[in-house]
Design a protein around this ligand. Structure first.
Ligand SMILES: [Zn+2]
Length: 207
């Protein structure tokens, strides 16, 4: 597999990098990403590939189940760099179907660190439990609802971090978007459209 990766790099250099030398030269001088992507570590959810983006488009933070934790110095440092230095205006929190982290939230998990981490999404499970009971959902339907509720919860966490809270108190930025990527079809559903929220600050405040 490692040989395949290095061989793939040779193909990237000849097929993509060299034919677009001007673009890659410009981002080599300085990156100017337009979006901060907060996604899952899952190998099937490669943000550049699934959005048809070139390197240089997105600043990226990925972890198990695309979680935003208030005490995670990693995500805080990434947010500060993205907002203060890169002046990124859009943040995408993207969950995905068939997520192992989401299934572990639903089923419970024995491993200590994974359980501690997924604890941060407990509120999403409570909401999904309620919705599944009301609507009589199948397991697969419920996991999808839980994935969506988790994206909404992590956006709530994001908005509660002091850096983002202070920014949103004084203006419409950053626009925060919640997406669901479907690994079965390759398509993205918009759960929360940050463009609309930014246009209606009153509604954002109520959310
Ligand atoms: Zn996942």
């Amino acid at each position: 597999m490692i040989d395949q990766l290095l061989h793939g790099n040779v193909g990237f250099v000849t097929g993509e990098f060299k034919p677009n030398a001007e673009y890659y030269g410009s981002i080599a001088a300085q990156q100017r990403p337009k979006v901060l992507w907060i996604g899952c570590s899952d190998s099937r959810v490669s943000e550049d590939v699934i959005t048809g983006s070139k390197p240089g488009t997105m600043f990226v933070h990925r972890n198990v189940a695309n979680i935003v934790a208030f005490n995670d110095v990693n995500v805080s440092a990434i947010l500060e760099y993205a907002m203060v230095h890169l002046r990124i205006e859009d943040i995408v929190v993207c969950g995905h179907t068939r997520c192992g982290g989401i299934a572990a939230i639903e089923d419970g998990v024995r491993e200590n660190y994974i359980a501690d981490w997924l604890c941060i999404a407990t509120g999403a499970k409570e909401a999904a439990d309620r919705i599944a009971q009301e609507r009589g959902l199948s397991r697969e339907q419920k996991l999808e609802v839980l994935t969506e509720e988790n994206v909404k919860l992590q956006i709530k966490h994001l908005k509660n971090l002091a850096l983002i809270k202070n920014m949103l108190a004084t203006g419409p930025l950053p626009r925060i978007h919640g997406w669901l990527y479907r690994v079965e079809t390759g398509t993205i559903d918009v759960i929360i459209d940050g463009r609309q929220a930014a246009a209606s600050p009153g509604l954002t405040a109520l959310a």
